[in-house]
Design a protein around this ligand. Sequence first.
Ligand SMILES: [Zn+2]
Length: 175
Amino acid sequence: MPDPTAPLIPLSLTHLPTVGGLAVPWITPRAGDGRYLFGAIDAGRKDQALVGLLCGVCGRHLDERLVLLMRLSDLPRQCTAEPALHPSCLAYTACACPMIQGNLDHYRTVPHKLDPTMIPAADEAARCGAPAEPWFAVWLDGYTVITDHGTRAASYAGSRPRRIRPLIWGPLFSG
Ligand SMILES: [Zn+2]
């Protein structure tokens, strides 16, 4: 049943499946019973996106401008295991997040049961609910794939971000 309050899905995301009128991010794993596990990440697609410069939301190739979501505590290390996003895809995700819209219970009443190919999203708190620590959108021209704590990660060490903005509710990406 589509949610009439769901934000309009931009043309760039109409290829994605929808649940309740919301586009399901490309990186979201699907359980054996067909449910999409919002807030979790398909490990294979994560690596595919990091290495292939794909967007975690739409699954398409990133443009010259991309955004990484970073926790405050991750900023000094200048890397994250989360795939980068198109700025427009991040903006949609921020306003479409069911938790931000107050509909969390509609999606998740019990914790996810993840299989080994699925991992919790590092930015789940930023996308869905009051973050325990500040999150930032790091705008970049590109990144380097490194191995960090045994997992692939996107690093911008040695390059200068275009800008770093705190991720807050409201008009996130006006510029
Ligand atoms: Zn995208």
